[in-house]
Design a protein around this ligand. Sequence first.
Ligand SMILES: NC(=O)c1ccc[n+]([C@@H]2O[C@H](COP(=O)([O-])OP(=O)(O)OC[C@H]3O[C@@H](n4cnc5c(N)ncnc54)[C@H](O)[C@@H]3O)[C@@H](O)[C@H]2O)c1
Ligand SMILES: [Zn+2]
Length: 375
Amino acid sequence: LVISQCVELVLEYPVVFTRDVFDDRNATLVEAIARREPARRHRFAAIVDAGVAASWPRLATMIERYARMYGTQLELAAPPWQVPGGEPAKQHAVVEGVWQRFAELRLDRQACVVAIGGGAMLDAVGFAAATFHRGVRLVRVPTTVLAQNDAGVGVKNGINAFGTKNMIGTFAAPFAVIDDSSFLATLEARDRVAGMAEAVKVALIRDAAFFGWLEEHATQLAAFELVVVEQSIRQCAALHLAHIATAGDPFEQGSARPLDFGHWAAHKLELLTRHELRHGEAVAIGIALDTSYATLAGLLDARDRARVLALLHALGLPTWHDALRAPELLEGLAEFREHLGGELAITLLAGIGRGIDAHDIREPLVRNAIDELSR
Ligand SMILES: NC(=O)c1ccc[n+]([C@@H]2O[C@H](COP(=O)([O-])OP(=O)(O)OC[C@H]3O[C@@H](n4cnc5c(N)ncnc54)[C@H](O)[C@@H]3O)[C@@H](O)[C@H]2O)c1
Ligand SMILES: [Zn+2]
């Protein structure tokens, strides 16, 4: 006997773009938390990235005030607490601490965790939330450009382990995402720019018109004009969301990972530099490398390569780091393949807006591409 089991699942969550999410007059958060059961009161916990807390010393008070203001619908389980920000968040000890706090607060599956922070902290807290009671509701409030346009809007979480990035994690859709651009005001200059690498990435593989738009607005983006930055974040997030919803592989069971264009080298560079490079900076270098490779391999016109490098430079993104010379760099290809299994599939460019899968990467050509970038 074979019972052919088949369950179709629908993942739906709103991604809301707003400003001043904890302002009394902004109902975005209460609506997100209460969206399925507007009539009852919702217990929630708030966790803040320590880097965000340092820049927003009144944030915890604002959250408490907000919860009181909407007291008929919200009940804050405990004062907001902090976890480390940046890559140090993505370790087992941090997740363990979050689980422990959830247990002390007796959070149940109908409770909501509101995580406010950068992509790294959201990955770690998202993993803790997805595994506590096999999954409590998670509202992400991403606070960096990269988290708002990419890391915070999708269905992945995870921590680093055994010397590998994102080795442990799950696929889990958030309950809601709230992109509040006000938080971007306190970002360090390099984090402002770093996140734009993901916009360049997704434009290059999916949307030539968006690439043109980025070129036209590069000066305003480099000057961090908020309205233009908001537009770029919305378009980039929309492209990521559309990919997850329509490309037919939301949980990445296949070998191809087009959204990870430029990432095989990026992940290795992050580890080789002990995270001295930000994820977005490493992605910019990875894009420059794979773009140069595509031209050397005869896939991409040299003028298109020049456009890509010119845009990265105009935005203030790096296209070089000495770690590109490390002999271990090329191990990144094998590690990238191992993450998914199956045959190697690296996204390369066949034109602006046209990503294609390559199954064979020629190492001598990668070295030539590195030599070219060094000049
Ligand atoms: N899950 C996914 O789908 C996905 C996708 C892409 C990237 N990522 C992950 O995201 C991480 C990178 O995230 P990131 O670029 O957001 O950086 P980050 O989370 O490493 O944060 C960078 C620094 O900025 C601080 N910070 C955050 N928001 C701030 C604010 N508003 N004001 C002042 N300081 C602030 C943080 O404390 C940290 O020190 C990487 O670990 C990467 O692997 C995950
Ligand atoms: Zn990325």
